[in-house]
Design a protein around this ligand. Structure first.
Ligand code: NAP
Length: 262
């Protein structure tokens, strides 16, 4: 950051939100607060749900060429009439701080990347910080979304773990999960994973951000039950969520560094 500022460059992040999804609003506010905290310049574009795909593309195009904006984040999900893939593909890869563009996804696959997707990278940071060695360990990832499950599996593989990816069609999910030394859960179902899914002493990472029957924020893991078996477990809130935002800030700075070098 200090080096960038010496060059007269202040990292700039544009956050685009379309519609009035309350969860997305919370995420965007948290991202804005984090930018303020880190000294990253941010611009918010809050568009109505009636925004057309071509209007959104026009905005992305404008941000692609805006010199004081180094990173563009379009908050997902988008309203149904807008094709998310079309929008993601329109973001210039060097400004794609979410690492969702196919160019960045391909680079992650190869293991030679500029940005890491924020949530899986946050999980890796947590594991590293806790001193958990992944080499040769069996990691089970429940969930295969492009945003979390698939890139998570790839990052664990890059650290020499043996990785199994599970999803809604996996047979004998509990049995498979119980073979995990490290279990990463990203399914979007409140408290689905309890102690029956967990081997004694396993590490459990809960990516979920769900609401329980009382509307309270909770994870995909039943924390109290899982604690009976896990040797290490991340809470919700306060576990993976803040790490996701921290990685976004890191990606915004990386984007500014790369663009200032060109
Ligand atoms: P998603 O796109 O809905 O994907 C969910 C995945 O879970 C799918 O692969 C689905 O399988 C699988 N799944 C659903 N029900 C299942 C079941 N009963 N058994 C086994 N697998 C099942 O969700 P996502 O975007 O990956 O997000 C997952 C969770 O993480 C959500 O709670 C989300 O809010 C949270 N999240 C948190 C952060 C953070 O910063 N902490 C960031 C992103 C997401 P199929 O593919 O077969 O349908």
């Amino acid at each position: 950051m200090a080096e960038l500022k010496q060059k007269g460059v202040n990292p700039g992040l544009a956050v685009v939100i379309v519609g009035d999804d309350s969860a997305s609003r919370v995420y965007v506010n948290n991202k804005k607060k984090a930018c303020e905290y880190c000294g990253i310049y941010s611009e918010e574009y809050a568009l109505p749900a009636s925004t057309t795909e071509s209007e959104l593309l026009e905005l992305v195009e404008k941000l692609n060429t805006k010199a004081d904006i180094h990173g563009i984040l379009v908050q997902l999900p988008l309203p149904k009439h807008i094709n998310e893939e079309t929008i993601i593909n329109a973001i210039r890869p060097e400004k794609d701080v979410d690492a969702f563009h196919p160019v960045n996804v391909g680079k992650i696959m190869i293991g030679n990347f500029d940005f890491l997707p924020c949530t899986p990278a946050g999980v890796m940071e947590l594991l590293d910080d806790a001193g958990i060695d992944l080499c040769g360990k069996h990691c089970v990832v429940i969930g295969r979304s492009n945003i979390v499950g698939k890139p998570q599996a790839m990052l664990l593989l890059h650290k020499n773990a043996t990785v199994t990816i599970c999803h809604s069609k996996t047979a004998n999910l509990k049995e498979v999960a119980r073979t995990a030394d490290i279990l990463v859960v990203a399914v979007g179902r409140a408290k689905m994973v309890d102690e029956e899914y967990i081997k004694d002493g396993a590490v459990v990472i809960d990516v979920g951000m769900d609401r329980d029957e009382n509307g309270k924020l909770c994870g995909d893991v039943d924390f109290d039950s899982a604690c009976k078996k896990a040797s290490y477990i991340t809470p919700v809130p306060g576990g993976v969520g803040p790490m996701t935002i921290a990685t976004l800030m890191k990606n915004a700075v990386t984007a500014a560094i790369r663009q200032s070098e060109n």
